[in-house]
Design a binder for this molecule. Structure first.
Ligand SMILES: *Cc1c(COP(=O)(O)O)cnc(C)c1O
Length: 462
């Protein structure tokens, strides 16, 4: 199995190379050249297996023999042993046929742990094998930074530098990052906003000479291994509800589209899925594109579901590549137009997408209403991201006899502001985190100057 770029111009890579590489050199994203198939028997045999074993079986073809089975099984088992629930991603029944897939039992209480607990271990494995070290740089306004830090804190061959805007992330989110005192973890608070931090990370990737040859690695959701790890919970939850003998639908709170794309891959591998419902907050580019064929950028809105506040949905490119019959030149042309002006998808690809995907956009007032309504009906307190999914699932579910699985992407305690606004006294942190607000913190405040940040990285990497 090789990996190819969605824009058709970059060289094909092995699994190892694709894990160590972020964006393709032609500006595209890597996808597997062929889609491995899960037969009816493969799926039937997964019933009752542990999450780690299902994960091993689903991901093995993508790894392509580049990690021996025993080692890969060990990496997967260690990654999911960090979750506080034995089921790793338990299903929680909301009504006769609507289920929440709780993806928030990992170390940082959001679904990004599912991918980043594995990605850190994969990177460390390959670097160790090569006798190399690498530096990770990332900018975060919240969930990604803490999940990346937790995923890398035990990695001998990695040093991780996460930039966040000084005094502009919530206390829980900051402390989840800054209370990790491992000596390969560096938190930098930038005296600026998120865009300043992001711009410095981008500039560092564009010109890596300041690192004198040390590899710089990205852990954002364009890394293929993150998508690969997320395919697993679609398969595991569908099998738990009767796949392959019964179809299911999924509703996914979405921003950069990495999560939905993983679901789409599960479908392409042979999982019987009726439809995917894409839930967005007021930053609704995915909904506008699917519902109105309005593929255009709009100004960023700050919402109560901040981890879904985006202007451009980077992983949507991977779906466009499929919708355009893997025509890299057509995808490149479309995205070039999109960068310059409002545009639209061609008719045939749009029609194809609408057969499988529905979408719904949920504003802040509705998020609060849904948190109250869901609590009234089920006694569950939803986080604001999951709330967009709950509403979208109810509005767009189609055939009510098909089980609907809504992905719960964060624990409500992580986004207590919205829960309090909805009229609840707040949500306690789970027991393993209840001392978070007393833990020692470590971070360095730096000006929003590229040279200062790069000097800090060079001076501190091991
Ligand atoms: C990152 C994130 C999302 C969006 O996921 P995508 O893969 O970017 O679509 C949704 N909810 C939460 C809580 C997140 O952290």
């Amino acid at each position: 199995m090789r990996y190819i770029s969605t824009r058709g111009q970059a060289p094909a890579l092995s699994f190892e190379e694709v894990v160590l590489t972020g964006m393709a050199s032609d500006g595209g994203l890597y996808v597997p050249e062929t889609v491995p198939q899960l037969s009816t028997d493969d799926l039937s045999e997964m019933a009752g297996l542990s999450y780690a074993e299902i994960a091993f079986r689903v991901m093995k073809p993508f790894v392509n023999g580049e990690i021996d089975d025993d080692t890969f099984r060990r990496l997967v088992t260690e990654a999911y042993a960090t979750f506080s629930h034995d089921a790793v991603v338990p299903l929680n029944q909301l009504d006769a046929n609507h289920f929440l897939l709780e993806l928030f039992h990992g170390p940082t209480l959001a679904f990004k742990d599912v991918a980043l607990q594995l990605l850190g271990r994969l990177l460390d494995h390959f670097l160790n094998k090569r006798g190399e070290r690498a530096v990770i740089m990332g900018a975060t306004s919240g969930d990604t930074g803490s999940a990346a830090i937790e995923g890398c804190r035990h990695c001998d061959n990695l040093d991780i530098f996460i930039l966040h805007p000084y005094q502009r992330v919530s206390e829980v989110q900051r402390r989840q990052m800054t209370s990790v005192l491992a000596d390969n973890v560096f938190n930098v608070a930038i005296e600026g906003n998120f865009d300043d931090a992001q711009a410095m990370v981008k500039a560092s990737f564009a010109d890596q000479s300041f690192l004198n040859g040390t590899r710089l690695v990205a852990v954002n959701s364009i890394n293929w291994a993150r998508i690969m790890a997320q395919i697993v919970y679609y398969v595991a939850s569908a099998v738990a509800l009767g796949a392959p003998h019964r179809k299911v639908s999924f509703c996914v709170p979405s921003a950069n589209f990495g999560n939905v794309f993983a679901g789409y891959m599960a479908y392409r591998m042979g999982l019987p899925v009726e439809r995917f419902v894409i839930a967005t907050n007021a930053n609704d580019i995915l909904h506008r594109t699917l519902a109105a064929n309005d593929f255009s950028k709009q100004e960023l809105k700050a919402t109560l579901a901040p981890s879904m506040d985006i202007v451009v949905s980077s992983n949507f490119e991977r779906l466009l590549f499929e919708a355009y019959d893997r025509d890299g030149a057509a995808v490149a042309a479309l995205l070039e137009r999109f960068q310059a002006e409002p545009t639209a998808l061609a008719d045939a690809p749009l029609t194809r997408l609408r057969e499988l995907f529905a979408s719904y956009s949920v504003d802040d007032a509705t998020i609060l209403e849904v948190i109250r309504e869901a609590h009234h009906r089920t006694q569950e307190i939803l986080d604001p991201h999951t709330a967009t999914g709950y509403r979208a699932a109810e509005r767009e579910r189609g055939d009510a006899s098909v089980p609907m699985i809504t992905l719960a992407t964060a624990h409500p305690a992580k986004f207590a502001e919205a829960v309090v606004k909805a009229g609840f006294p707040g949500v306690p942190l789970p027991p393993h985190m209840d001392d978070l607000l007393e833990r020692e913190e470590r971070y360095t405040v730096l000006p929003a100057e590229l040279s200062a940040v790069q000097r800090f990285v060079v001076d501190n990497r091991r």
